[in-house]
Design a protein around this ligand. Structure first.
Ligand code: TYD
Length: 200
């Protein structure tokens, strides 16, 4: 049976680097794997991503647009892939909305839960890899980027709230998550990922 796996973490945790390697490892084991991302993953979703990453807006508008892009992504990409037996690995999903719009921007948790039920009742990732890292280290890594989007430009306290909200999600549903210590060397993180691939 195909699985739906998501990668999460604060900006600068290194999840995108590891995602590519993780997907290749699954492919080497003979699986059909679709790599996708949020916000994005569909033509409309990618247009919304452009807006979300650049255009200032009300926090709840941001939450609504994230979930609108997600609905497109689920209906046109994620569900069809899972139904034909393809594994789906997504760079972010709803946990990011709880972390960034909920924790970071202060959108009430209950409103996000309402949106989650509306958009994907009955569908959750089979596994979420949370790349956890002290905010200070993540920010040092981001400092090497030439351009920073609207989220990456936020201050340390924003990312502390994002990180705490991710942990709140893990506490609410611990069996869905593998929390990875992303402050370790790339090699050490890869070892952890290898163990996860073997286990699934
Ligand atoms: P990110 O996944 O970090 O992409 P890149 O590696 O190309 O920078 O960027 C997406 C940004 O969108 C990230 O800062 C988190 C934010 N985001 C939310 O705020 N809410 C969401 O629901 C999602 C999916 C992303």
């Amino acid at each position: 049976m195909s699985k739906f796996i998501t990668f999460e973490g604060v900006d600068g945790a290194g999840k995108s680097t590891h995602l590519a390697w993780f997907a290749d490892t699954l492919r080497q084991r003979g699986l059909e794997v679709l790599v996708t991302r949020e916000p994005g993953g569909t033509p409309l979703g990618e247009r919304l991503r452009e807006i979300l990453l650049n255009q200032p807006m009300h926090a709840e508008t941001e939450a609504l647009l994230m979930f609108a892009a997600r609905l497109e992504h689920i209906e046109h990409v994620i569900r069809p892939a899972l139904q034909r037996g393809t594994w789906v690995v997504s760079d972010r999903f709803s946990d990011a909305s709880f972390a960034y719009q909920g924790g970071g921007r202060g959108v009430p948790w209950a409103k996000l839960e309402q949106l989650e039920r509306w958009v994907h009742e009955g569908l959750q990732p089979d596994l979420t890899l949370l790349f956890d890292i002290p905010v200070e280290i993540a920010r040092q890594r981001l400092a090497n980027n030439l351009t920073l989007d609207r989220f990456e430009q936020e201050q340390a306290d924003f990312f502390e709230r994002v990180r705490a909200a991710y942990h709140r999600r893990v506490q609410q549903n611990p069996q869905r998550y593998a929390v990875i210590d992303a402050a370790q060397s790339l090699e050490k993180v890869k070892q952890q990922l290898e163990e996860i691939v073997s286990a699934i």
